[in-house]
Design a protein around this ligand. Structure first.
Ligand code: GCV
Length: 666
């Protein structure tokens, strides 16, 4: 058993629902144009049965094949694009048409969602098509069972250097498919020790079994690769991507992998990053490395997803010229157009590392001839460890809506990663995901909103952060409008609140080193990681204008000019781009130092407000959920208080400028 407790079903709990006459549509099912024996079709039918029997107390039976009857008609429609579906009710007949098996499965989940939200099926008329070709969860699970940046228990894929497969694995695949995710990477990008051997006989059998479970739900299976596998597994003395022996070894290895692992989509690679091996060791480019692997997987339709998180992690804090923010762009832009068709560059949303506020990476859209995939982090590494509540979908929406100005009319990040900008297919979005083997999967029950929300947003980018909560809260927590209102309000405000009591105006970091939870203003200031705030007695911030590191010039106009000056820089990013005196007056009329004090007091007060609002839900939500979230709010308040007082005290001591409102600063 890979779950340490009996695990919850989250939004697929399928509890009994209000009687709305929905049962009449689903009792008799006609299946047209689909093969009942197809594994994905089977899953769709099983899920339909499970859902309607739990929620409506009726049995869904396929009564007709290849002929339409009243009730629910499930029909293949070749005119609809892949993974798309439409659902229409007319005269007592509900027709779900789908472009392919995945579309059918997603359509069934849509119907079940409708029932779960206590909405009527009569009058339905929707058509849904995925915005992004690839929609992936990336797990950072290690084979010893730990999870890098995991905050909800241990891995449910790996225990003691072995793979575990049980009912929870299937439930996981169901949850994944229910939100439209079509690719999963099961192991950490830092591939070490046993994980390097996932592509060997030692694990092939179990990897294949795992992969088949995902295949049942239309999810492609991916592994993270060790770029130095030629040395560690192959016994060669090199991993040089241009070395003929290395090339031959990978070709043979990939032939074996695709033969032994059905449903294998390809590989994710972290190279030349934070101590991981890569082509730079051999004086080769990132393109040399990626293309060599891409060539090896090409005969099998495989793809190589190559991460752009490449920077110097051994910087000298005294060095003001080297700027970690520049690194992704500097390392990848020159080879734009040199990457093979089956390579996708996976780019973190910001140039640093998943901070609560960062600009959008200038590589996104900066690259004009290369397949791109956006990487965001649903696991709350820098955003509260799933102790503090932080609903991340509003942040992801900002990223997707950002205008890169790479091409008139199709220049947002959403355009780039959907393939609209370049007319390409190998594009998409991935999230470092927040699951573990805790009974509730995500540590904090409210963090499941991010797990759910990412998938829904990846499938349908136009959904708003609020739309997603209007689905998730009634499906997982309660259909009571009062409860929905309270939770929605907390979640929609939570990101800004977290930002207010942590690091100000885009400067980021100030976290406890390595662990990344809790405040330590100078924790990384004199370290090697390139993550500095540069505060002195006069001011704070990093000059990334043309007079500083020049990072602002990596953007297209008008962004480059906007970021370049203090006057035109969006204020929420002011300290990311500029070193500013504490006396600088912001658009609100407040000085910078007063803004720091005010936002930190406000942030704490807001968190306290959330905790009180949650207390008001006692007896209105499941007792276990209530207790789980209440306990976490207790810890969040302690954390927010520490952040507030440490940040305020630090800047008061540095600047010597008192709070205008005379509040307690230590
Ligand atoms: C998987 C940050 C995290 C690391 C992570 C790395 C990455 O540096 O702190 O834990 O490693 O990002 O994205 O590769």
């Amino acid at each position: 058993m890979n779950g340490k407790n009996a695990w919850k079903q989250l939004w697929l709990a399928y509890d009994k629902k209000k009687e709305l006459g929905n049962g009449v549509y689903v009792e008799k099912v006609s299946l047209i144009g689909f093969d009942e024996e197809n594994r994905v079709v089977k899953s769709a039918l099983q899920e339909l049965k499970k859902g309607v029997s739990g929620m409506l107390g009726v049995t869904a039976e396929v009564t007709e094949k290849d002929a339409e009857a009243k009730g629910l008609v499930l029909k293949k429609c070749d005119e609809l694009p892949k993974e798309s579906y439409s659902i229409k009710e007319e005269g007592g007949k509900l027709t779900l048409m789908a472009g392919d098996e995945n579309g059918l499965l997603y359509g069934v989940f849509h119907l079940l969602r409708q029932i779960s939200m206590e909405k009527k099926l009569s009058g339905m008329n929707v058509t849904c098509k995925p915005d992004n070709p690839l929609r992936m969860y990336n797990h950072w699970d290690n084979m010893d069972g730990s999870i890098e940046r995991g905050y909800s228990g241990n891995s449910f894929f790996f225990v003691k250097n072995d793979i575990v497969i049980d009912e929870r694995t299937r439930d996981y695949a169901r949850l994944v498919a229910s939100v439209g995710i079509n690719g999963v990477v099961i192991n950490n990008v830092n591939v070490k020790q046993a994980a390097s051997w996932l592509i060997s006989d030692r694990f092939f059998e179990k990897v294949a079994e795992l992969s088949k479970i995902f295949a049942d739900y239309g999810i492609k299976f991916f592994l993270s690769l060790n770029f130095a596998a030629t040395i560690e597994l192959g016994g060669l003395d090199s991993a040089d991507p241009l070395d003929e022996r290395v090339i031959a070894w990978w070709k043979e290895k990939m032939k074996e992998c695709f033969a032994k692992i059905p449903n294998l989509g390809g590989f994710l690679v972290k190279a030349d990053s934070e101590g991981r091996p890569g082509p730079f060791t051999y004086g080769r480019t990132q393109a040399d490395g990626a293309n060599m692997l891409a060539e090896a997987v090409r005969p099998y339709g495989g793809i190589i997803i190559w991460r752009c998180f490449v920077y110097n992690c051994k910087q000298d804090w005294r060095d003001y010229k080297t700027d970690r923010a520049r690194a992704g762009y500097d390392n990848f832009i020159q080879m734009d157009g040199d990457y093979a068709e089956n390579v996708i560059l996976q780019i973190k949303n910001g140039p640093m590392d998943f901070q609560i506020r960062e600009p959008i990476s200038p590589l996104l859209g900066g690259l004009k001839k290369t397949n791109q995939m956006l990487e965001v982090q649903v696991a709350q590494e820098y955003t509260g460890h799933q102790i503090d509540v932080c609903y991340l979908i509003p942040m992801f929406k900002e990223v997707l809506d950002f205008h890169t100005y790479c091409k008139p009319g199709a220049d947002t990040v959403a355009d780039v990663i959907s393939g609209r900008t370049m007319g390409n297919q190998n594009t998409g979005i991935a999230a470092v995901i927040n699951t573990g083997n805790d009974a509730n999967w995500t540590g904090n029950d409210l963090a499941a909103a991010n797990l759910y929300g990412f998938g829904r947003l990846a499938y349908q980018t136009s959904l708003s952060a609020g739309d997603i909560l209007d689905e998730w809260i009634p499906m997982q927590i309660s259909t009571d409008p009062e409860v929905i209102k309270v939770i929605k309000d907390i979640l929609l405000r939570s990101r800004e609140t977290y930002e207010k009591y942590t690091s100000p105006l885009g400067i980021g970091w100030m976290v406890t080193p390595h662990d990344h939870y809790g405040c330590s203003v100078d924790g990384y200031e004199y370290d090697r990681w390139g993550t500095y705030h540069r505060a002195d007695h006069l001011g704070i911030g990093v000059d990334r204008s043309d007079k500083g590191t020049g990072y602002a010039q990596q953007y297209y106009e008008p962004n480059a000019t906007a970021y370049n000056s203090v006057e035109s820089c969006p204020e929420e990013l002011l300290l990311f781009f500029h070193h500013v005196p504490y006396t600088h007056v912001l658009k609100t009329g407040k000085t910078l130092i007063q803004h720091i004090y005010d936002s930190h007091f406000e942030g704490y007060d807001e968190a306290e407000g959330f905790a009180k609002a949650w207390d008001g839900l006692e007896g209105k939500v499941d007792a276990e959920v209530f207790a789980n979230v209440k306990e976490r709010f207790g810890r969040q308040l302690a954390n927010a208080r520490d952040w507030r007082d440490q940040v305020n005290t630090y800047f008061y001591r540095k600047s010597g400028i008192p709070d205008e409102k005379g509040r307690t600063i230590y």
